[in-house]
Design a protein around this ligand. Structure first.
Ligand SMILES: Cc1cc2nc3c(=O)[nH]c(=O)nc-3n(C[C@H](O)[C@H](O)[C@H](O)COP(=O)(O)OP(=O)(O)OC[C@H]3O[C@@H](n4cnc5c(N)ncnc54)[C@H](O)[C@@H]3O)c2cc1C
Ligand code: FES
Length: 338
């Protein structure tokens, strides 16, 4: 059974009654429904319900402001159709999924600590792991309400291997469940790929990757894709500059996650914001966006930027790149980790 969703401006799509959300139903049907985080944080998937019945999954989702709520706005990633509906939204070609998202059963085959608070999770699916480096998948961690997004930290592959670097957030229900309620051999549904901050293989510019905290996963994936691409090209490849922002030296993990591919990185700059004075650290201190400003400066117009991390970091970088340096929006790709 499915529900027909009619778009007020013309067109429509069917959402199967077993579908998690209106957003995922739309994207699975190949519709370019605007979205960003998939988990209620950003507000990009706002729409108006014109007629029909729609269930709201998370009433307090921060992606809607009080003003949005007063105006009757809804979030497609927190709505589930209960009947045929007519909605108002403007789809965009840029939101159409480049790889069709699927829901798959995955087995947790390994988990290894990469820092005191982060671990790399390795899942296997029967199907190949189809995604573009930099994308994410959506999970329902056991016992937690709602969905959580986690970015792949490896490259797409035929073997069905999906890697994620997950940070245990103090007091966080979903991330703690991933560490404590999931044993090796357990299965979990994963749904993906989603996200727009993926590697643009056809862009010829140098690549600047910036990670804050657990934003390291998609940065490792994009960096590996750049290195793999360079190895396959006969002409000199793009240069690859990586900045990793962390609190202390023990929180850094980019080189360990890259393994042998680290040799293909032109320059790697770790930046520490809370390393103790006198610890022997003679590298860069401060916030990662400050070091990007200092080090990239004059070359910003020759680069493609990829970044992921907490909203304060992504906002600082947006200000720097878009407002101060006027880098074209098409050269900037990022995920905010709500
Ligand atoms: C695109 C994207 C990619 C991400 N990639 C990574 C990654 O690679 N590694 C990583 O460690 N983290 C990543 N995150 C962050 C991750 O999804 C979680 O927000 C983080 O793990 C904290 O979750 P928690 O359950 O521990 O904390 P909590 O505070 O319990 O929950 C945080 C998030 O869960 C959702 N949520 C909470 N309550 C509800 C509810 N009642 N109903 C529905 N949803 C709810 C909301 O999105 C909220 O922001 C990513 C986030 C996004 C948006
Ligand atoms: S995509 Fe729905 S709130 Fe972010």
């Amino acid at each position: 059974m499915s529900h027909r969703i009619t778009l007020e401006g013309g067109g429509g799509f069917d959402v199967s009654a077993g579908e998690d959300t209106l957003l995922r139903g739309a994207l699975r049907a190949g519709v370019g429904f605007p979205y960003d985080c998939s988990v209620g944080g950003c507000g990009s998937c706002r729409f108006d319900l014109v007629s029909g019945e729609m269930e709201t999954l998370w009433e307090e989702a921060p992606g809607l402001s009080e003003r949005d709520r007063r105006r009757g706005k809804r979030l497609a990633c927190q709505s589930r159709p209960r009947s045929d509906c007519t909605i108002k939204v403007r789809p965009g070609e840029e939101y159409r999924p480049p790889v069709p998202p699927r829901r798959m059963t995955a087995v947790l085959v390994a988990r290894r600590a990469v820092t005191a608070s982060m671990a790399e999770f390795v899942f296997r699916t029967a199907e190949p792991a189809h995604f573009i480096a930099g994308q994410y998948a959506v999970f329902r961690p056991p016992g937690a309400q709602g969905a959580r997004a986690y970015s792949m930290s490896n490259l797409p592959n035929a073997e069905g291997e999906w890697r994620f670097v997950i940070r245990r957030v103090p007091g966080g229900r979903g991330s703690n469940a991933m560490f404590d309620a999931l044993a090796i051999g357990d299965t979990l549904d994963i749904d993906g790929p989603y996200g727009h901050a993926h590697f643009r293989a056809d862009a010829p510019r140098d690549v600047v990757c910036i990670a804050g905290g657990s934003g390291i996963g998609p940065v490792v994936s994009v960096a590996q894709a750049v290195v793999a691409r360079a190895a396959a090209e006969t002409s000199p490849g793009r240069r690859l500059f990586v900045f990793e922002g962390a609190r202390t030296r023990g929180d850094l993990c980019f080189p360990a996650l890259m393994g042998a591919a680290q040799e293909g990185v032109t320059a790697y700059t770790p930046v520490l914001s809370a390393e103790a004075e006198g610890s022997g650290w003679d590298g860069v201190r401060g916030f990662v966006h400050e070091e990007v400003e200092r080090a990239v400066g004059a070359h910003a117009d020759q680069a493609e930027f990829y970044f992921a991390g907490p909203p304060p970091m992504t906002e600082a970088l947006q200000k720097l790149l878009i407002v101060k340096w006027t880098v074209p929006i098409a050269h900037i790709h990022f995920d905010r980790f709500f």
